[in-house]
Design a protein around this ligand. Sequence first.
Ligand SMILES: NC(=O)c1ccc[n+]([C@@H]2O[C@H](COP(=O)([O-])OP(=O)(O)OC[C@H]3O[C@@H](n4cnc5c(N)ncnc54)[C@H](O)[C@@H]3O)[C@@H](O)[C@H]2O)c1
Length: 339
Amino acid sequence: MKKTRNITVLGAGSWGIAIANLLNKNSHDVSMWEFDLEVCSRLQQNRELPAKLPGIKIEESIIIENDLTKATKSAEFVFCAVPAQYLRSALANSLLLKSGARPVFVNLAKGIEVGSLKRMSEVIGERVPAGIRSGICTLSGPSHAEEVARDIPTAVTVASNNIEIAEKVQNLFLTPNFRVYATNDLVGVELAGSLKNVIALAAGMLDGLNLGDNTRGALITRGLAEIVRLGIKLGADPMTFSGLAGIGDLVTTCLSKHSRNRHVGDLIGCGQKLAEILKGMSMVAEGVETTRSARELALKNDVEMPITFEVYKVLFENKPPQTAIGDLMGRDQKHEKWD
Ligand SMILES: NC(=O)c1ccc[n+]([C@@H]2O[C@H](COP(=O)([O-])OP(=O)(O)OC[C@H]3O[C@@H](n4cnc5c(N)ncnc54)[C@H](O)[C@@H]3O)[C@@H](O)[C@H]2O)c1
């Protein structure tokens, strides 16, 4: 028989709400933590977030909290749906860390921390007791909140260095329309989920410039090649990039109307400036900051990532995207290989 678990979701944005509803419908006791007091009160009153998930109600039995200690008090599983660049500070004051509790942490964010260049499981690892570090998980794959919240069939991957813990997380989701695979390639799954957002920004730029399917196909394929290159250097299993967290998420994000990263790229392709685009957005586009981290990681590890470098120049050095494409097309002739 299915066991009911105590689960806390940190971050009541679109992904946090979609995952909280999913777990709640699957009979778990779910609490959600929202750091912004005003947003939290509105969520408690209205039980919806129309700007991000129109038409979706937060299930009545989900507790919504602004107090992190209360929200995590009896958690057996803590899902982190806070954007990558804020996860460290969100976990900084967690009294849970002093209480002797030993929950499983599951990262849901897709990004690499600027400055430290750490993956999210590494960031969480620096904030939780040593005894639970080896069981930290990341759940990733093609999974737009807008679709998961409407119960559209979705398949994702959960990764942990400890495969038995990954299987425990897998078991939380015995739902007809959300299928979870397990793997022990934490490095590969986290890199794949983070770096695809950089390529999605580029895919949006192509759309904004009204280029064609050939160009998009070339971008996705060569984008994957450079993700794999960095992944291998950092210890990932190259086959992970052929899976749901790899090509699955990359293709979905590069083609999707829901992707914020693709959308930001699209507006840049249409001639808008990054600063004005971000000013008008209420939701996080992780690829923007992760482009900085990805470029740094490539430089540090001596890995060729030409698309990532061009996206960086377009975003942060005002290079026109059309010129960036010309420079990519005009690179030295190469053999098509993956290392
Ligand atoms: N939306 C999706 O479809 C989806 C799917 C898979 C993964 N993700 C990943 O999940 C993460 C969250 O995405 P989202 O779509 O829910 O974002 P969102 O912008 O909808 O919500 C972000 C949440 O984080 C909170 N937050 C912001 N700054 C914070 C801070 N300093 N401290 C604590 N909390 C803070 C916000 O209040 C909000 O609750 C991202 O890394 C994203 O890539 C999103």
